[in-house]
Design a protein around this ligand. Structure first.
Ligand SMILES: Cc1cc2nc3c(=O)[nH]c(=O)nc-3n(C[C@H](O)[C@H](O)[C@H](O)COP(=O)(O)OP(=O)(O)OC[C@H]3O[C@@H](n4cnc5c(N)ncnc54)[C@H](O)[C@@H]3O)c2cc1C
Length: 506
């Protein structure tokens, strides 16, 4: 058993920024960060567009950013949360810069601000088209300098340890040795990110299997709003399933147009903001065009843009397109909507506290009330930064009574046969296909009910297999994805009004 003061599960922006602050404040306390892949693998690393922050107070204001966020959230945002997050933005940005993160500047030497869908002003602070990579790099460099932070990569958190509504730590699988470690912690932070792989077609990397939300749900923590899945309108279409490369919204902010294969621009038919409408509207519009035409994709036309400037702003997108034989100065980019972000998750209060004592959650795995029915582009890195700071402040400024000692049990680990890998990959593909079909951009109750029954059958099947088979990362990820599928379907069935990213047509 390992005892630690703070157990952080996940090494994206949410987990790392919390770890840095708490380790600095309490140099005599231990902070363990467990993460299931390489230490930098996360949704954070792939964030392109940037961080929405009000920095130019001449043209922009907190009120404008607040209004944009609330319009995008379609009536379901929590105004107190929105105001708090947006007003804290500049301080959190300053902190990132002090930690060494670099952001692009314009010719006047001030921060270059990108424009994205749903924003009424240019306010997206960025590092070329690799903002998340830069944030991950800078925060990991800080983490490595702290002697009281221990990062354990390739360590997979299986389940929380909870008793009488108090979280006492987590069971963690060392993926190198298959050894199971019991972590007893005073405080546990879930910072496990997104759920994309449940859909197969997603902009998220493979780690995004909803583990934190599933773990919290099994431990009876409150989970809400899982029906609000954001589909990014413009993932590169290459005719295959799996993680899909994102063509950032900022490319449309830069002047690119969506069109059909005949070159017809269609967005103004659906929304007066045209190509710069919010993501839910653009995804639903593309879906509608594809249903009408029967085509596999629509196109993003950048051919009228200044290529040199495009390369300066979007070097990674330019190169990635080129490697697929698309020269953006001459060719249109084929794009389709793909799962991108989950707005719901583990319910937390203004201090990042979950409904379980001593369990906190931060980042994409949470439901804070900021996004409502739809996230405004580039508000999620900001949300993670603000909430990790809130959790840090809460823990740093409160006195807590000591936990009772020796009251948790070690995980009983017996060597058992492994479940056939083909079974796991086949069931994963079946689940992904069911989720796309039943819980995609447009849903209906009949398909949702069928999906609910099927998911229940798979859940029971897996739970039986657990009894006499070895626990592995792959089987647990599948179990978590099935739990998440169940939540998305249940919450979609329960919602009867179409809001933001949620559209049901019965
Ligand atoms: C392609 C792409 C582009 C994006 N662009 C933007 C953007 O421009 N602006 C913006 O604001 N947002 C953007 N987002 C969203 C944003 O990147 C994420 O919402 C945010 O980075 C989430 O941070 P996080 O720390 O909560 O989770 P993540 O960064 O996903 O980190 C989760 C961590 O938890 C670990 N983990 C998960 N499960 C377990 C487990 N069981 N055991 C141990 N470790 C586990 C993972 O390995 C990972 O280290 C983008 C996302 C993608 C995918």
């Amino acid at each position: 058993m390992v005892h630690t003061n703070y157990l952080v599960i996940g090494s994206g922006v949410a987990g790392l920024t919390f770890a840095i602050k708490i380790a600095d404040k309490f140099p005599d306390k231990t902070v363990y960060v467990v993460t299931k892949s390489n230490e930098d693998e996360s949704n954070t690393k792939y964030a392109q567009g940037g961080l929405a922050v009000v920095v130019n107070k001449d043209d922009d204001s907190y009120q404008k950013h607040i209004d944009d966020t609330i319009i995008c959230g379609d009536g379901l945002c929590d105004r107190t949360v929105v105001e708090m997050v947006i007003k804290e933005g500049p301080k959190r940005l300053k902190e990132l810069i002090e930690w060494g993160a670099k952001f692009d500047k314009n010719s006047k030497g001030t921060l270059d601000l990108g424009m994205e869908g749903g924003h009424s002003q240019s306010r997206v602070v960025h590092h070329k088209d690799q903002t998340g990579y830069e944030i991950e790099r800078a925060t990991l460099a800080q983490v490595h300098q702290k002697p009281n932070i221990f990062v354990l990569d390739h360590h997979f958190a299986l389940d929380l340890i909870s008793k009488d509504n108090v979280c006492r730590g987590a069971y963690v699988l060392n993926q190198h040795t298959n050894e199971l470690i019991t972590f007893e912690s005073d405080f546990t932070l879930l910072a496990t990110g997104g759920i994309g792989h449940i859909y197969g077609h997603t902009t998220n990397p493979k780690i995004a299997t909803g583990d934190g939300v599933a773990m919290a749900f099994r431990a009876n923590a409150e989970v809400k709003d899982m029906e609000f899945i954001q589909f990014h309108p413009t993932a590169l279409y290459e005719g295959k399933s799996g993680s899909q490369f994102l063509i950032s919204e900022a490319v449309r902010g830069f002047g690119a147009h969506l069109c059909t294969k005949n070159g017809e621009r269609f967005m103004s038919k659906y929304d007066e903001r045209g190509d710069l409408a919010s993501r839910d509207i653009v995804s639903q519009s593309i879906d509608s065009e594809l249903r009408k035409s029967g085509d596999d994709c629509v196109y993003l036309d950048c051919t009228h843009l200044n290529t040199e400037n495009f390369i300066k702003h979007f070097p990674m997108i330019y190169q990635r397109c080129l490697s697929s034989g698309i020269d953006i100065s001459k060719d249109w980019i084929p794009v389709v909507p793909a799962q991108h972000y989950v707005c719901g998750g583990i319910v937390v209060d203004l201090n990042g506290k979950t409904s379980l004592e001593n369990l906190f959650a931060c980042g994409e795995c949470t439901r804070t009330g900021l996004h409502g029915a739809n996230r405004l582009a580039s508000n999620s890195l900001l949300e993670a930064l603000v909430y990790s700071d809130k959790i840090y402040n809460y823990l740093a400024s409160h006195k807590f009574s000591d936990n009772e000692e020796n009251s948790i049990s070690e995980f009983k680990f017996e060597k058992k046969p492994q479940i056939d890998k083909n079974y796991i990959s086949k069931l994963t593909l079946d689940l992904q296909s069911l989720m796309r079909q039943s819980s995609g951009i447009i849903r209906n109750d009949i398909d949702l009910l069928k999906a609910k029954n099927q998911i229940e059958i798979w859940k029971n099947e897996l739970e039986q297999l657990f009894e006499d088979h070895q626990i592995t990362t792959e089987i647990y990820e599948l179990y978590n994805m099935i739990t998440i599928g169940n939540l998305i379907v249940d919450h979609s069935l329960a919602r009867n009004d179409n809001r933001g990213g949620f559209l049901k047509k019965n």
